[in-house]
Design a protein around this ligand. Sequence first.
Ligand code: UN1
Length: 495
Amino acid sequence: MSKRYQNHIGGKWIDAVSGETFENRNPANWNEIIGTFPSSGAEEVNAAVESAREAFDAWRLTPAPERGDILRRVGDIMTARKKEIASNMTREMGKVLDETMGDVQEGIDTAYYAATEGRRMFGHTVPSELHNKFNMSVRRPIGVAGIITPWNFPMAIPTWKIFPALVCGNTVVFKPASDTPLTATTFVEILIEAGIPPKAINLVHGRGSAVGTPLVNHENVDLISFTGSTVVGKSISKSASDTLKRVSLELGGKNAQIVLDDADLELALEGVLWGAFGTTGQRCTATSRLILHAKVYDRFMEMLTSRAASLRLGDGLQSDTDVGPMVNQDQIDTVQRYIGIGKDEGAKLALGGSPYREGACADGWFHEPTIFTEVTPEMRIAKEEIFGPVLSVLTINSFEEAIQVLNNTKYGLSSSIYTNDVNCAFKAMRDIEAGITYINGPTIGAEAHMPFGGVKETGNGHREGGWEVYEFYTETKSVFVDYSGKLQRAQIDNY
Ligand code: UN1
């Protein structure tokens, strides 16, 4: 019998009102059921929001440094349990253990950053235009935060959102992806163990349409932070406008790595392999396009196809696995659909192209690393997010053309350029339309203390990570203290 997990609402672990559950399976072996989880809906969301609302006053009045101290303990517990949490994440969503270890570490780094933010939360003091008057701005929590997260970074992304929300004094209703409910459950258990007031952190499992939609529409939810597809992000943005919620959206990407003719090709090769096929390509920062200078095309493609062909597919818990499974059949279907589109558009399939079911991979959602060449900028496989192990290769003849091709997409999350020409590197930093640019590094490599997010249809202008995310989770109040003892009319009595 697989273990039955619960929601966390109103300070208690409880089933869905209907008693219905859904199964969570190991993508490397779909016969293994990780557990069953409550299929929740609007009723559970209402109870969770009520609980978060009830906990808000006491939590906002808890000194911010004390809130930060609790998050430090969260980081300590995550550190002690890092390997165990990572192993369960690999079982639940498939990526290799090294990567799930990194995912937990990203959460730990975020915890320690948030802990110290409790001692900053800077406001401003500025002079008043009047005599005997004092001006300052202070930061206030906003209220109940609705947090909706994806399955590809099942620990890092919830921590990017929930730690800043909490340290700023907000309370939380957390709706994790239904492919990674176990990691979310462990995370909430740790928050409570560390001392977050149980009613301040609510966890509601279930489908996006059943749980996410009522959360977004709820009039007592003050903000929504969402990471996922652009289609869902746009619909969240529309619905949330009815209640004028603050919304932060981290959406799709079509990230490219440029390799110029003066690049260190060995280095660029390691970068593109890690960027395109790490996490089985299921990252919003995955390298989905390689923009390759014609002068090094033949040499580099030979190096790339031979290395990519030798990547070992398998269970992410096996130490010799390079590439784990995709998360579920839907993702395989999407990738297969795009491979069909690429062929129809006239691109050449240079490697892979099929699901993989050999040997130990027979009962898992594996897919071959896939490379398309002869891709032109107008093809859909050059412009649309695929979210799988598929790399589209485009050829260019100059730096200027490379930038033009890179920018030819509606997304703008991450980007990379390999060159030893300092002038090209600086022009790339200036001209690439993306929230993140790596020079001589792959398109992935976020660090907890740097802002993370994108331009164009990748988001709505907010950033996760670093100092910037704290702006999103607080509201500014301007405070004026008049110690003159008389009415002073601004702009009138002083001019
Ligand atoms: C995402 O793909 O949703 O550096 C987040 C990176 C990762 C985070 C990616 N650590 O790209």
